[in-house]
Design a protein around this ligand. Structure first.
Ligand SMILES: NC(=O)c1ccc[n+]([C@@H]2O[C@H](COP(=O)([O-])OP(=O)(O)OC[C@H]3O[C@@H](n4cnc5c(N)ncnc54)[C@H](OP(=O)(O)O)[C@@H]3O)[C@@H](O)[C@H]2O)c1
Length: 172
């Protein structure tokens, strides 16, 4: 969170950029889990309190610096650095190389921090979201500030196809 956007974002989306339902992910692909782990291990991950709660056991992810946003002044969780506002997060992130910072969700945190990101790793499924999907990411295909830099081949798991796309913020 410096003057220029320089953080990364990583997300798994449906065809319509839905990302969750009932505080759970919509899709679980082993190849995508590995992609997420490979990118974030050894790095800094920034998430909202609800996303932390959605992780197995509500626990911090191992081998990563876990930073969690909450407005709850008394919030504590083992292995987690807690920030209570975007300003506090900004101060905390000054201590890390921006190249190592990944925004990992959920909806409110993607929206809050998208203006500070210049790269988005998007695992995009060609399947529609299930009924009742209630969390969404900004559609970067319709956002003129962003363009696709790279697109992987198509993979299939559980009968669903998906691709790994890298979006870059356009430079003016
Ligand atoms: N598809 C994906 O790649 C992906 C990745 C991650 C999450 N998700 C999904 O996204 C959904 C969760 O998204 P969400 O928007 O409901 O929750 P979230 O963004 O994970 O967390 C929201 C919480 O973050 C805290 N927060 C938000 N803005 C803040 C600010 N400016 N200052 C301080 N604290 C702040 C608040 O915590 P308090 O209430 O404690 O104050 C708020 O309730 C779930 O369905 C999850 O599975 C999907």
């Amino acid at each position: 969170m410096r003057t220029e956007p320089d953080m990364k974002l990583i997300v798994n989306v449906s065809k319509e950029w839905a990302i969750g339902k009932g505080n759970e992910l919509l899709f679980h692909f082993s190849k995508d889990m590995k992609f997420f782990k490979d990118h974030t291990t050894g790095n800094v991950i920034v998430m909202g309190r609800k996303t932390l709660d959605s992780l197995p056991g509500g626990r911090a992810l191992p081998n990563r610096t876990n930073i969690v946003l909450t407005k709850n002044a008394g919030f504590e969780r083992s292995g987690v650095t807690v920030c209570h506002s975007a300003d506090e997060l900004k101060d905390v992130l000054k201590g890390y190389d921006s190249d190592s910072v990944y925004v990992i969700g959920g909806e409110s945190i993607y929206k809050l921090l998208l203006p500070y990101c210049d790269t988005a790793y998007v695992t995009k499924t060609d399947a529609p979201a299930p009924d009742g999907a209630d969390a969404f990411m900004t559609d970067l295909d319709s956002d003129t500030d962003w363009e696709i830099l790279e697109c992987s081949e198509e993979f299939t798991e559980k009968g669903l196809s998906f691709k790994f796309l890298t979006y870059k913020r356009k430079t003016s």
